[in-house]
Structures are given as structure tokens and as C-alpha cells.
Design a protein around this ligand. Structure first.
Ligand SMILES: Nc1nc2c(ncn2[C@@H]2O[C@H](COP(=O)(O)OP(=O)(O)O)[C@@H](O)[C@H]2O)c(=O)[nH]1
Ligand SMILES: [Mg+2]
Ligand SMILES: [Zn+2]
Length: 297
């Protein structure tokens, strides 16, 4: 690194500009052309080397340092904690999307956490039913309300000193939760308008925000997530709650689908393994089988 180069963190990327926090200020940078050739571009959360223009807060990103992990939806790097936000009320929780997001986090070895927001609008039974599927995961499941402040100190404790990525459908309250923790952020929030229903997001870009002695990424909501192709037989290992049963099925190569004497299915029958998570596991398994079969097409 030459004298004038600095190392910093990408806190935001918009229209070809990367905003890099370094030495107590933010530099507006462009990326060197060669990143495009390498088909890699800086992401929020990236540690980068920049060459600032002399005496200005502009410059170029010259190098992306090795990533600890990389999420594609939302696109970000070097995350300590994946915060999956679901609404206990509206919009209705898309649990298949939730499981795909948890799978993505597991693949990248990012610790997950589940936040059930809008608990002020749901009954304890509704909240319990939603939480049930995720209890066996071993990750924290928090019942929250950005509106009343329910659970906020617990959430703050979980985020302290970490880089967390808030993800989930539009309008579940990601920005509202961040505002409740740090009102000075003054993030834009939106109602369940026709606009959001059609997929226009209040939060257009991911950005890294200082929060609870760490950072949090507020990200746009989205409703689709493609699975990364992988051998279907590997799927089960990304379900932490399946670990106690693996290797205990009759067939060594059991996919826990239609096979007889399957320890996972037995656990589903006796209630030890949440039925909803299992049904969606099968859905993802079939999707993966299909993808895997067509991978060289
Ligand atoms: N009643 C209630 N409304 C909430 C809560 N959290 C968020 N909202 C509302 O839900 C809408 C979407 O919130 P927003 O933070 O923009 O969601 P995002 O798209 O996930 O960032 C807004 O109208 C918020 O005021 C909550 O805990 N309770
Ligand atoms: Mg938002
Ligand atoms: Zn099995």
C-alpha cells in the first residue's frame, strides 16, 4: 500500500459510487475498471483499499480485501449476524422465503437470529405459532414491536458490537426496528401501500449504519430468492435442528424424503422436529433436485 492509500469499509453503494468509511470520514469512490473484468464489485460491508484524490473526499477503490462471507440477497459482505425479520401480522410471513434466507446464511456460516415484529398487532397464539417453526433452530427468536418498544433491549443486546444484516420481505418493519433502536438514523419507513405491494421498496439501497457499538445493514425488501445449485444430499446439513438425527436413518444416503425408517421423519411425527420446517425442507429438496439435474443444460 502506498502512502496515500487507506483501508476502509464500504458503507453504501449507489449508481457506481461506493461510499467508504475510513479515518473518521466518508470517501465517495469509483471502482477501478478491472473489478468489472474480474466480475467482482465492492459490496456493502467490504473492507477495501482506496486511493483518495489529493485533499478531497473522493477517490478510487483499488482493492477489495478477502471476504469473511458473502451474501447475495441482500448483497453484502463480512456479516456477523443475519437478522431475519418476519411480521407477526401483515404482510403475511413468507416462510419458504424465510427458510431460503436461513439456508443462505447457513451456507455462508453467518449466525442467524429471528425477529418477529409487529407483535402489538398479533395474539400470543399467532406469535407462538410463528415462533414454533424456528425454536428448534437454536437461534434466538425475539418477539418485538418497533411501535411499542417490546423486546427492544433484548434486540440491542443481541446486536451489540456486531455487524448485522437485516433482511426480509418489504414492510415487515426492518427500518422501523432500526429507528426504534437508534432514532437519530431517521430511516424512511413506509406503509403497506399499493406501491410496496407492487414491489417498490422504501429502502432502495443497502447501507451500513452505526448501531449498538457495531453496524447494521438496512436492506431493501424482496420476495424472490433463487437457490444456489448444490447436491441435494447436502441440504440437510444446513438445517442445524436436523443434526441429532443425521446418520440414524436406515439408508446411509437418506434424503429424508420418501425413504422408509427415516429418523428425521420419525422426529417430525413425534413433534421433536417442526413440521412446517420439514415440509418446506422437502420443497427446497425437490427444487434442488430439479436444479441439480439441469445444471449442465
Ligand atoms: N403496528 C406496528 N406497525 C409497524 C411495526 N413496525 C413497523 N410498522 C409499520 O409497518 C410499515 C413498514 O415498516 P418499514 O419499517 O418501512 O418496513 P421495511 O420495509 O421492512 O423497512 C410502516 O408503516 C411501519 O410504521 C410494529 O412493530 N407495529
Ligand atoms: Mg425499509
Ligand atoms: Zn432420513
Amino acid at each position: 500500500m502506498s502512502n496515500q492509500e487507506l483501508t476502509g469499509t464500504v458503507v453504501r453503494g449507489v449508481g457506481g459510487f461506493y461510499y467508504v468509511h475510513a479515518r473518521g470520514q466518508v470517501y465517495e469512490c469509483r471502482a477501478r475498471g478491472r473489478f468489472r473484468l474480474d466480475e467482482i464489485s465492492p459490496l456493502v460491508g467490504d473492507q477495501v483499499v482506496i486511493a483518495p484524490d489529493e485533499g478531497k473526499n473522493t477517490g478510487f477503490v483499488t482493492e477489495i480485501l478477502p471476504r469473511k462471507n458473502l451474501l447475495t440477497r441482500p448483497p453484502c459482505a463480512n456479516v456477523d449476524r443475519f437478522v431475519l425479520v418476519l411480521s407477526a401480522h401483515l404482510p403475511k410471513a413468507d416462510l419458504l422465503l424465510a427458510d431460503k434466507l436461513l439456508l443462505q446464511a447457513a451456507l455462508q456460516k453467518v449466525e442467524p437470529m429471528i425477529c418477529l415484529n409487529k407483535c402489538d398487532l398479533a395474539s400470543p397464539d399467532e406469535i407462538g405459532a410463528l415462533a414454533k417453526d424456528f425454536r428448534a433452530l437454536g437461534a434466538p427468536v425475539l418477539a418485538l414491536s418497533a411501535k411499542t418498544g417490546q423486546g427492544m433491549s433484548e434486540l440491542a443486546g443481541q446486536l451489540a458490537g456486531k455487524i448485522s444484516c437485516f433482511a426480509g420481505q418489504s414492510a415487515v418493519g426492518k427500518s422501523s426496528l432500526l429507528n426504534a433502536l437508534a432514532p437519530q438514523l431517521a430511516l424512511e419507513t413506509g406503509g403497506l401501500s399499493k406501491k410496496t405491494a407492487r414491489g417498490r421498496h422504501t429502502t432502495r439501497f443497502s447501507s451500513l449504519l452505526p448501531l449498538c457499538g457495531g453496524y447494521a445493514m438496512d436492506t431493501p425488501g424482496f420476495s424472490l430468492l433463487d437457490l444456489a445449485p448444490m447436491p441435494p444430499s447436502e441440504l440437510a446439513q444446513y438445517y442445524p435442528e436436523m443434526a441429532p438425527y443425521l446418520g440414524r436413518c436406515r439408508f446411509e444416503d437418506c434424503l429424508h424424503d420418501a425413504e422408509p425408517d427415516c429418523a428425521v421423519k420419525e422426529a417430525v411425527r413425534n413433534g421433536a422436529f417442526p413440521a412446517g420446517r420439514y415440509e418446506r425442507y422437502k420443497e427446497l429438496l425437490h427444487e434442488l433436485k430439479d436444479l441439480y439435474r439441469r445444471r449442465f443444460d
